[in-house]
Ligand binder design. Structure first.
Ligand code: GCV
Length: 689
């Protein structure tokens, strides 16, 4: 990677003399256990990072050095006496997989640093943590860090479509995976693995969950070849071995999205019925073949009976039958099925369907099935209430699916930072197990975890928008520790990515944190309306421009009011929550204002708590969102001369476009509200002159 495309792994030289001297004392010499691919990745990373940070080439020893004043040691307690003698071995052994200790210690009179863990994967994470501390210029003379991941699984889902390298809902260029050239490897694969491991991601699903041509529209030629291009074909699987080995060095397991009808598409069976013994045998043989080639393979991700993908319903079976048939094949190898709960289409209100479909199946899924649930009941809208399935399936392993890529929040153009949204989701009290059962406490069982739909591509800056790198970073940090302090994470990203100038750090941290609410305001009016965007007839149309008239059922705009009644008098979705959440959402008075119109259809002139009418609040929020984006742009412009020209200009241009698009959203939405309500803005802005 070069200085512009290395994201947060820049390793800029430490300018402060005292700090640099302190770092040099403990890190100019290093001893890393020599035994595994992970340890060799650690050595490589130190070779990359330390010369830049310290302004001096480190010496990597074959044994703990005896003649130097200090050194860094990386290994498990079994690997070296120096570590076993300086840390509490029982404490290390008690850490969960991925956990690690960082300790400043004295050994043989030398000032040393120890990175230790019970597993080699933990050594990778511990090393990246240490390099983060050096990059953010933290003191390291009294280090005493103990870390364990909150969630066993921290997965990236690439929606990369193999054969022609597009990325569904990707805004950072085409797929980084050059499928046709595999098994040849590219440096970018290793760089991607480094980026992911540095924030604790431990699994990557290489390909799109859509594995057959979606039903809507046929104009998109891109999908016509889907059927001929399944990664489960033997030749394709062989091509993945090198890529999987690259990820393995960084503790990352490889997964694949598979088609439920693979026994027919890849095999030559005439059915994919999950209860058919030939089908089950086909999956077993395929799993054996996969594990022969990829011994640490993570498992299969399946989108079934959803948006045209085949599934068990094709054979009058249910999701349990479907998921368990594939799971039985992976079970002997320790693999998992990640089975998506993104189903809709048979109910007038899409929100109710996932719960109605999956909750009755609680307890019936095999032990190695994880049901993967999107954060909200609709589809990654700017703000949604959390899914009713969270906490509702105590006998089932669940995964929380978040979207890192910004499908509905300005794509590669708008600066919209997701961490505040994710914190809101993690902190939401489900009352699943009485009060104080936040979402962050769920997904902690083995077999559970947090999943992010990725946002990288071939663009030199990986994510299309420089500031969108922060979303990938924040995903990993929050999946590792959902209770992490949001500002601290953002600040550490800014310091690593843009340097230590306090004005830069404060400004960019502030911009990121204020960006999400601004987007909600101009794209929805801020009261919980869904799907105000353009879709179009063809699959993969943009979801970028405003077009509320396409989705009356989703936002409920009529002449008499706005919003969707999801209480017992409407679709009943609110009743799927546990009390007191269900009661709160069902009550117009108690429902939080930001979700009011998600749960209630209200007259346009309904008065909110402060006496403002609903329609006036929608106007005000749409205008406020645009004003906020203008302020964000101004704050960014104040950084001119403080950061490099290239990134300054790139983000400035994006902000110009964002302001223009925010104005467009505001104008389309407010006109639409006016047309249906007939009530003009009391501040005279709508209708426009
Ligand atoms: C991968 C939405 C998106 C689709 C996506 C789907 C899903 O419908 O617009 O692009 O398909 O969600 O999550 O499966």
């Amino acid at each position: 990677m070069n200085e512009y495309d290395d994201c947060w792994l820049r390793y800029d030289r430490v300018a402060d003399d005292d700090r640099r001297a302190a770092y040099r004392r403990r890190c100019s010499h290093a001893y890393v256990a020599e035994k595994s691919p992970e340890c060799s990745a650690v050595r490589d990373e130190l070779r990359r990072a330390l010369p830049d940070l310290l302004g001096r080439d480190p010496h990597l020893w074959q044994h703990p050095p005896e003649t130097v004043a200090g050194f860094l040691a990386v290994g498990t307690p079994d690997d070296m006496a120096m570590i076993a003698e300086t840390v509490d071995v029982d404490e290390v052994e008690s850490l969960a997989d991925g956990g690690y200790l960082l300790r400043s210690v004295t050994w043989n009179g030398a000032d040393c640093l120890v990175v230790t863990a019970p597993t080699d994967r933990g050594l990778v994470y511990g090393t990246f943590h240490l390099l983060r501390l050096l990059s953010t210029r933290d003191p390291i003379d009294d280090l005493d860090v103990r870390e364990e991941p909150a969630h066993e699984h921290r997965l990236l889902n690439q929606w990369d479509t193999p054969f022609h390298r597009s990325v569904e809902r990707g805004y950072g260029g085409e797929s980084i995976f050059d499928w046709e050239r595999l098994p040849d490897l590219r440096e970018r694969y290793e760089d991607y693995a480094r980026l992911l491991a540095s924030v604790g991601v431990n699994g990557v699903v290489l390909n799109n969950v859509n594995t057959t041509k979606p039903p809507r529209g046929s104009a998109n030629d891109a999908f016509d070849a889907f059927e001929g291009w399944q990664l489960l074909e033997s030749g394709r699987l062989e091509d993945l071995t090198g890529l999987a080995a690259t990820f393995r060095r960084y503790g990352i397991r490889t997964y694949l999205s598979v088609n439920f009808a693979a026994p027919m598409l890849v095999g030559d069976l005439d059915t994919a019925d999950p209860l058919d013994e030939d089908v089950r045998e086909w999956w077993r043989e395929k799993a054996d073949e996969v594990y022969d080639l990829l011994p640490d393979f993570g498992g299969f991700l399946v989108k079934a009976d959803s948006e045209g993908q085949p599934g068990p319903y094709d054979y009058d079976r249910d999701h349990v039958d479907g998921a368990n048939a594939i799971a039985q094949a992976l079970e002997p190898h320790g693999g998992r099925v990640w089975w998506r709960a993104f189903v809709y289409g048979t109910h007038e209100d899409r929100a109710v369907q996932a719960y109605e479909t999956f909750e009755p199946l609680d307890g019936e899924f095999a032990d190695n099935v994880t049901v993967q649930v999107k954060n909200g009941p609709i589809d990654f809208q700017p703000r949604e209430p959390v899914s009713t399935l969270f906490g509702a399936m105590p006998e089932t392993d669940l995964g929380l699916e978040l979207q890192i890529t910004q499908e509905y929040t300005g794509q590669g153009v708008h600066a919209t930072y997701n961490l505040p949204m994710w914190k809101e989701i993690f902190e939401f009290d489900t009352h699943a197990d009485g009060p104080d059962t936040p979402v962050s406490e769920l997904f902690r069982g083995s077999g559970e975890g947090v999943v992010g739909v990725g946002n990288v591509g071939e663009d030199y800056n990986w994510t299309g928008h420089y500031l969108a790198q922060a979303n990938l970073y924040a995903f990993g940090r929050a999946a590792w520790d959902p209770d992490v302090d949001a500002h601290a994470v953002t600040e550490e990203w800014v310091r690593q990515t843009f340097g230590a100038d306090e004005t830069v750090v404060d400004t960019i941290t502030g911009i990121l944190h204020d960006s999400w609410e601004a987007c909600i305001d101009y794209e929805t009016g801020g009261l919980g309306l869904m799907h105000m965007m353009h879709n179009g007839e063809e699959y993969l149309e943009n979801h970028y421009y405003p077009s509320p008239e396409e989705w009356p059922g989703y936002h409920g705009v009529t002449e008499d009011g706005v919003g969707v009644d999801r209480t017992e008098t409407g679709s009943g979705y609110a009743e799927q929550y546990r009390d007191p959440v269900a009661e709160r959402y069902a009550s117009v008075e108690d429902c939080p204002e930001e979700l009011l119109l998600f749960f209630h259809h209200l007259p346009w002139d309904h008065e909110l708590e402060d006496g403002t009418t609903v329609v006036q609040r929608l106007y005000d929020n749409c205008f406020a969102g645009v004003e906020e984006v203008r302020r964000l742009r101004a704050r960014w412009r104040d950084l001119e001369g403080r950061i490099d020209e290239r990134r300054f200009r790139h983000v400035s241009e994006r902000f110009d476009e964002q302001v223009a698009q925010a104005e467009r959203w505001r104008d389309v939405l407010t006109e639409y509200f006016y047309e249906h309500s007939g009530i003009p803005d009391e501040r005279g802005r709508v209708p426009a002159e």
